[in-house]
Design a protein around this ligand. Sequence first.
Ligand code: PLP
Length: 523
Amino acid sequence: MNREGRGATTPHSIALTGPETFTGNRALDLEEGLIFEIGRMEVTGVDIAEPAPFRDRLGTQARTAPLDLPGLSEPEAMRHYVRLSRMNYGIDSGLFPLGSCTMKHNPRLNEKMARLPGFADIHPLQPQSTVKGALGLMAELSRYLLELTGMQAVALTPKAGAHGELCGMMAIKAAHAARGDGATRHVVLVPESAHGTNPATAALIGYQVRAIPARADGTVDPEAVKSALGPEVAALMLTNPNTCGLFERDVVAIAEAVHDAGAYFYSDGANFNAILGKVRIADLGVDAMHINLHKTFSTPHGGGGPGAGPVVLSDALAPFAPVPALVATADGLVLVEDEGADGTELALGRMSAFHGQMGMFVRALAWMLSHGADGMRQASEDAVLSANYIRACLMDLMSAPFAERPAMHEALFDDTWLAGTGLTTLDVAKALIDEGYHPMTVYFPLVVHGAMLIEPTESESKASLDLFIAALRDLAMAAKAGDKERFLGAPYYAPRRRLDETRAARAPVLRWTKPAPVADAAE
Ligand SMILES: Cc1ncc(COP(=O)(O)O)c(C=O)c1O
């Protein structure tokens, strides 16, 4: 078994004097090896009947050596995966304060709906006449997204927020090309407080990115935008509420300036959960905005999915929406697959092979319908209230930049409060693991030093917020009192101790290599 990094436990104030155990387990904290380490080639948990005689057509391609795949009996396989799952931390195990990621409770009703055979067992290549219910659900979801944003059109196919950005920006590029100024408009303005995917998206489709500095209150100054605008600018991408957790109070003036300069206004709507039911995006002058269904409408998205990033578009950009497009005809809903058909002559092409993340569409609509208009509005109000409550309860101990303005969905702290302690933001995050919490987002956004970004969401009760706040207060007081040991060696209680983060990110070991057989001492 590979126990590298596990180390002996020497927690801050309690000296654990227990011996290292024989198994590596610590009571119910169970050690688990890789399947390659614990599996045996000759074992399998399933009985598969011998196939009927068949003619082998593989010729020289036939494998000559066994596959060497590890096997486990059924109970061993169950235990392996249950033990691994217990090492995982998710929204179902505790508060997940990761800022900008919106890890909220995913009601089980959503899962139940997504598993209905009429949604879960259909195939994207099925004839449309056999999936009318699924098309109806997509149309209903589109209707709600348009109602909530006030926009003209929606493209459902993007599979994540960043994919939605790509879609919206490609629509902007196509619109400029159709207008005849595509060649001259090669710059996209991106404020410093934007999410990192914004400049990445612009660069990916060939735009030059020009940064707009944040003003002292953490928001974007329309005057700074005006002075950066020119005939070479294609668009501005603005994350709103921004990554400091602040609503861009001059967003309308910014949109007007962008339009006056002949550019389009892209809004990153991944933080829509802070303003859902409160702000109609169309009223702000937005031309395109993606919505992270997997954030605003539940379904935590850690680990790469499932996600869905539909893009809502203004009148000006609607003709450039990608295919497939859902079109209401006299004969009912039709999914138009190829650009060129009625109403899709200017479509920018296809964002993905099929029609988007059906399972996410079902979950999002289930969330909307079960909340209703008042429930959705309350969800965003509660998310904002939770973030402000956390900030207010910690501000006497931890420094909170831009605190003269109400926070939106997330509470931002910097590392000024750690000055003189010899500790860093990373040390606080690691010590939070020992308290049983996934760390908050750290060192992001870049506009403040040593950022700690906490997004509690609306789904935490006051009791759970209070416990989290108390844990952070205790850590802050320990840091100020000079209890460095509690932080510098943290995490003490996790299955693995502190890793070399740079090596883990830059040189991850993703391939298991079979160890050389140990020579038998008797030979
Ligand atoms: C503000 C913002 N924009 C864009 C994204 C990208 O979304 P995704 O991770 O689904 O690609 C995120 C991620 O959560 C985000 O917080």
